[in-house]
Design a protein around this ligand. Structure first.
Ligand SMILES: [Mn+2]
Length: 426
């Protein structure tokens, strides 16, 4: 299904007056503070987040999966769904493919659909956390870290295959997340597991095209519950350094133990020029993969403060690759993604409002109260009219979720694809 531009214009007509009213008020307030509102809106307009190919269908838990109606039945339909979100929000201009769940069958056709929808191919993701039908070796006891060389070699070959697939589509980076670890004390030798992982990653790294990056994701636990080989940012950072200049750490918000200071991790990595990728989600207990901003919006704002500071002050760090890594178990996946994008842009816009010069003075004067006031002044600002304006400027929906519902998009997808259409891959 395609969204007609006239439908968007019609929908915007109904909300334009109330948007204009709140935008004028906010714009005047910000201008009085010496903020360049147009520059701010341009930055919001430019911010693009990749949608992973596994996020368009209903996810599940280890207890079960409740499918959502009208799910995309092919990679083509997944990209069409991202196109719908992008038309509404102007913030989802990229797709991140999971291999082997979403291997293109017709590269030219896929590239054409993506081009029509204005979607770029961002990082490609390898999968060595499950055995594929017919595969010779098993990952039951690990992939890149396995004591069995044949399993390691198979996992290395898979990653190199993923690079080749991504290269044909125009991707420029590979994300490696390993499920490798152990469930019980004594099960593995920590040093051997780490050494094997480093050696395997170095072999994959050698296969990277010149202009590619390798992102190494970390996670403290799950699916293994005693130890994980790449358990934290320090291990990832160490491995990235061992690989070389094109290897970076990837931060996934859900991949930390409770109450970890993620904003500090971000700052450290950007200072060292090693934050390559970033996965958004929210969590209450562990890697819950909940809608971005649904649980800890203030933490997200503080993390964005570190990200914005790094983007403005650390030329040694590349522009990070943004992706939403959430799971939609009971919500319409497209509505959930629209909510996540809104939360991301809100946190981004708020952190752009922080008066960095004033904050620096307050920090140097050890005026802690003033430091907090400066941060919270930005956080308390309702920036939604700025987001609306950024969308209105490019012909997207002023209020994407409202428009999604008014246009009956899910109903249309169901009538096109059927009630029982289940997303491939998951
Ligand atoms: Mn992730």
């Amino acid at each position: 299904m395609k969204i007609d531009l006239n439908q968007l214009l019609d929908s915007n007509k109904n909300t334009k007056a109330s948007h204009q009213h709140s935008f004028n008020y906010l714009s005047e307030q910000l201008t009085q503070k010496g903020i360049d509102v147009n520059q701010l809106i341009q930055k919001i307009q430019d911010f693009q987040v990749a949608i992973p190919s596994w996020a368009l269908g209903a996810g599940g838990t280890r207890f079960g999966r409740f499918s959502f109606k009208g799910e995309p039945r092919s990679l083509e339909e997944k990209i069409e769904d991202i196109g719908i979100i992008h038309k509404l929000t102007n913030a989802a201009g990229a797709v991140s493919l999971h291999i082997p769940w979403d291997i293109p069958t017709d590269y030219l056709a896929i590239k054409e659909i993506a081009k029509t929808e204005g979607i770029l191919f961002d990082a490609v993701n390898s999968n060595t956390f499950q055995d594929q039908p017919g595969s010779k070796e098993s990952y039951k006891y690990g992939s890149l870290s396995n004591t069995n060389k044949n399993s390691r070699d198979q996992a290395i070959a898979h990653n190199i295959e993923v690079i080749k697939i991504g290269d044909k589509l125009g991707s420029k980076s590979l994300t490696v997340w390993l499920a490798d670890g152990s469930n019980f004390p004594g099960q593995t030798n920590f040093q051997h597991a780490l050494q094997h992982t480093e050696d395997s990653l170095k072999t994959i790294y050698k296969a990277l095209p010149e202009d590619w990056k390798l992102f190494i994701e970390y996670k403290p636990y799950e699916p293994n519950f005693y130890s994980t080989v790449i358990q934290d940012w320090g291990t990832s950072f160490m491995l990235a350094n061992a690989c070389g200049d094109k290897a970076y750490t990837l931060v996934d918000l859900g991949h930390h133990l409770p109450n970890s200071n993620i904003e500090q991790i971000v700052s450290t990595l950007m200072l060292k020029g090693k934050l390559g990728g970033f996965h958004f989600n929210d969590s209450k207990y562990g890697d819950d993969d909940l809608t971005v901003g649904s649980i800890k919006p203030y933490a997200l704002f503080l993390i964005f403060n570190s990200l914005v500071y790094g983007m403005e002050n650390n030329p040694q760090n590349p522009y990070p690759a943004w992706m939403i890594d959430a799971s939609h178990n009971i919500k319409d996946p497209l509505e959930d993604l629209i909510q996540s994008l809104e939360a991301i842009l809100e946190a981004y816009a708020k952190s752009l409002l922080i008066d960095q010069d004033k904050l620096k003075v307050a920090q140097n004067n050890h005026d802690i109260v003033q430091c907090q006031e400066i941060l919270q002044e930005a956080f308390r600002t309702d920036v939604r009219p700025l987001l609306e304006k950024a969308r209105l400027n490019v012909g997207a929906a002023i209020r994407p979720l409202e428009t999604y519902r008014n246009l009956n998009i899910r109903k249309n997808l169901i009538s096109e694809r059927g009630e029982n259409a289940v997303a491939t891959g998951l």
